[in-house]
Design a protein around this ligand. Structure first.
Ligand SMILES: O=P(O)(O)OC[C@H]1O[C@@H](O)[C@H](O)[C@@H]1O
Length: 304
């Protein structure tokens, strides 16, 4: 059994926390652009009989899609017997319905693209909202790691007087789970989104948050507007400066800079997307989930 973990360039640091637990050797994917912008992907060419896991956080899914396809198909051409994808952040999970006439519903379309490319998929807390289960999107084996145990440990150790605040009903699945694991108080607010950058959030119950340090928890922080709007409301309650824990630090455009200027005591994230705010490591959990799917995808009745 040869296992090969092939990180894309941005994911090399995460790979180095995973390879031992996966009993895999690391063979990085090289990716560069020709002068016309087309991609050149280069990988190790001795993969006969290997089980390959390609590691790429899909923060920039458009840019990565073709290079991922090139890498997976080339790994097969070089003899790999299975090729899976570890995408700690799975992009394109939010356009899961047609919000306006004529729009493409990209969540299932992107899922089809990945399942045509890979034998299995591992991710971390995919943005499941109207789609309830990853398995209902994919016909290949999938597994998702939950960041909530590691996040609960981090918050309990760092902010023992925390009250967890989720900005909207979607966040309840993470906030309630983290609260249950850490025994912390929690509140989930009501959010209305009127556009990409127009978000309105309700005020939390003052009695439930009084005397505690607010810790805002959300799965994706992208434009940052959801969190900025929540912060604007919290300011009315004269609480200590809140912390922000992002499961997936997307931080589009200048979002991180704007959040840094918004009066937060600290911004932390898990390492599903490489970012200076990464403080909660999930490599060991990803390695365990990937090992299970790797084994399952190659086990045959003849295997002992
Ligand atoms: O407001 P921004 O940061 O753009 O978007 C992030 C929010 O949009 C939702 O889908 C996420 O769950 C999160 O609450």
């Amino acid at each position: 059994m040869t296992r090969v973990l092939m990180p894309f360039p941005a994911d090399a640091a995460l790979a180095s926390t995973m390879n031992q637990a996966m009993q895999a050797r690391i063979a990085p994917v090289a990716w560069r652009h020709f002068p016309d912008g087309e991609s050149l992907v280069t990988l190790e060419d001795s993969l006969a009989g290997a089980d390959v896991a390609i590691l790429a956080s899909l923060r920039h899914a458009d840019a990565l899609a073709l290079p991922l396809r090139f890498a997976a198909r080339t790994a097969r051409e070089f003899g790999a017997r299975s090729v899976g994808l570890i995408a700690p952040y799975l992009g394109y999970m939010r356009q899961d319905k047609r919000f306006h006439g004529g729009e493409a519903v990209s969540t299932p379309l992107f899922a089809q693209f990945l399942e045509e490319t890979f034998d299995w998929l591992v991710t971390v807390d995919p943005h499941l909202h109207r789609v309830e289960r990853l398995q209902s999107l994919y016909r290949i084996p999938t597994a998702h790691v939950s960041a909530t145990p590691a996040v609960a440990r981090w918050i309990a150790e760092t902010v023992p007087d925390a009250v967890l605040i989720g900005p909207d009903s979607e966040s309840e699945q993470w906030v309630a789970d983290i609260a249950a694991r850490s025994g912390m108080h929690w509140q989930v607010l009501a959010k209305e989104r009127h556009g990409d950058y127009d978000v309105r959030v309700s005020l939390p119950d003052p009695a439930a948050v009084a005397g505690r340090t607010p810790v805002l928890v959300d799965d994706i922080v992208s434009s940052g507007h959801t969190i900025l709007e929540t912060l604007a409301h919290l300011r009315q309650l004269s609480l200590p400066p809140p912390l922000l824990v992002a499961l997936h630090p997307v931080f589009a455009g200048d979002a991180y800079a704007r959040l840094q200027e918004a009066g937060l005591a600290r911004i932390v994230s898990t390492d599903t997307i490489p970012h200076p705010s990464n403080a909660i490591a999930l490599g060991a959990d990803l390695a365990a989930a990937a090992s299970t799917l790797m084994r399952a995808s190659t086990d045959s009745p003849e295997d002992p």
